[in-house]
Each structure stands twice: as C-alpha cells, then as structure tokens.
Write a protein that binds this ligand. Sequence first.
Ligand code: AMP
Ligand code: FE
Ligand code: FE
Ligand code: ZN
Length: 286
Amino acid sequence: MIDLHIHTTRSDGQFSPEETMRLAHQNGVTTVAVTDHDAVSGIPEAQQTACAFGMTFFSGIEISVQGEKELHILGYGVDPQNEELLRFCRKNAEDRKKRTQKMLVYLASCGVPVTLEEVRHINQGRTSGRPHFARTLMAKGYVSSVQEAFEKYLATPRFYAEVERPKPTPEAGIHVLRNAGGVAVLAHPHQLQLDDEAMERLLQQLKGYGLQGIEAYYSLHTAEQTKKYLVMAQKYQLLYTCGSDFHGPDIKPRIALGTGIERNLCIPDQPICKNLEEAIAARRTY
Ligand code: AMP
Ligand code: FE
Ligand code: FE
Ligand code: ZN
C-alpha cells in the first residue's frame, strides 16, 4: 500500500515523525512520504524509521500558494538541506507566527478568546496551524468539532480578509520545490471545486510552471472523481499519486493512515512508486 500525503507534529499532525512511520508500517503501508506544511524538519527522523521498517521512503513537503484560488502543492524528493527551500520554510514560519498574533486578537473579537498558553497546552507546544486553534476552540467548549471551528471562525471571509498570512504565487512555489530537486504535484484537486474545464486549464497553466503530477487518489475523492483525475493525468502527461492527508484522529478523525476513509484508499504501491522514483531521478540529473 502507498500513502504519499501525511502530516506529523512538525506541522499540524498529531504524532511525531517516528510515531507516524510506525503507524504506517502497522497499517500495512510499504511506500510512504511525509508532507508537512511548509516544513522539512521531520524528514530525517521519518526516513530513518521508515527505512528501519523496510518501507520505501520519499522526502516531501506540502506548500500553500495563492493563485485565483489557494492551491496546495506537494513536493517529492526535495533535498531537506536545500538553502532556498529552508529559507522558504523559515519565511513561512515567520508569517505563521505573525498570523498567530492576529488570530488571538481576531478570536477575541469574535467572542471566543483563547490564549497562546492554552493553544500550546493542547498541542504539544505548537501553535502554527489552524487545526491547533480549532482544537483549542473545541477544548474550551466554543465549538463541538474541528470542522465547526473552521466553518464558524477559521475559514470565513473575514478570517481570509483580516488574518490570513501572505502566500507565494503558484509559479514561485513550484520553482522553489523544483530548485530543491522536487517533483511538484497538485494536492487534493477536488477541494478546488472547479468544473472540469477550469481544472484542465489550471493543470495546463501549472504544468507550464513545472508541475509534474496530480493527486488522483485521495481520501475525500469518490471513485468517479479519482477516475476523472486519472484520465486528466493521462491527457496532460502528468504523474498520478495517492495520499490520505492523515493528520491523526484528534484532527481529522475520519482519515486513517494508508487506508483513507473506511478503507477507500488501500492502493498498491506500484506503479506509482516506480514512476515517482524515475521522475525524481530525472530531476536530479538536470
Ligand atoms: P494552515 O496551513 O495553518 O492555514 O491550516 C491548513 C490546514 O487546516 C489544512 O491542512 C487542513 O488540515 C485544515 N483545514 C483547512 N480547512 C479546513 C476545514 N474546512 N475543515 C477542517 N480542516 C481544515
Ligand atoms: Fe494540515
Ligand atoms: Fe492540503
Ligand atoms: Zn495535507
């Protein structure tokens, strides 16, 4: 089984890189990648654990970029010591810190005040992601689920207008990934809620910037949606990948590592693994 979209405590996931890789192995995953938001610090620990369990491991990252819509781009095979990539991660971490300060003011103005200490207390000292705030709002009894926290406070027009951090353009983001040796893949395409024509236009545009793949297999895709993205991958000569977007049961309770929602993922690791290995190897020689 293959899972190429996984978060750990190095961004907004629940488990450490080591714990996460152990769980992947327990669940029957044989090819794995970690893809923390704007972070590569978990890669060495995850790689060491994954390899000790005999799994095939890809380094990875998930970045957020702002085009007409916010897109998430996965980068596979990135060098976690690449200077430009590390600078990119540091800049995003600083912007997240600034957003955290604005978030505290914003939530107070919404009548649901939280303190940084409360967020830290609930999230192993981490405060960088919106899910960290969502869990805090839940723990304080303001909302009854992470989803509700997003709907009411963390994904509202006012949030995006007043609080959200700046993001790079798709072109700039993809270039950072490629310059670090990475293969860029569009994450969870269906989340963009584009009609087929607009999706195809977007794929062509992103391919022009260096996009090489699309996450056709994804926990929240129906079988029909997966098929549609597989057809688009073939039409535009893109790789297709498979990822659960596992964050841990406290954050995304329905999504299981490797197997997705009610075992709707469970995808064999070949040929996805081999195709990705080849694409990464080809990037290294250029
Ligand atoms: P951030 O990168 O801190 O802005 O947070 C983005 C993360 O929030 C994503 O990885 C998702 O896990 C989560 N997220 C975004 N929108 C929603 C939503 N509507 N419901 C639940 N989780 C969400
Ligand atoms: Fe996340
Ligand atoms: Fe994402
Ligand atoms: Zn993700």
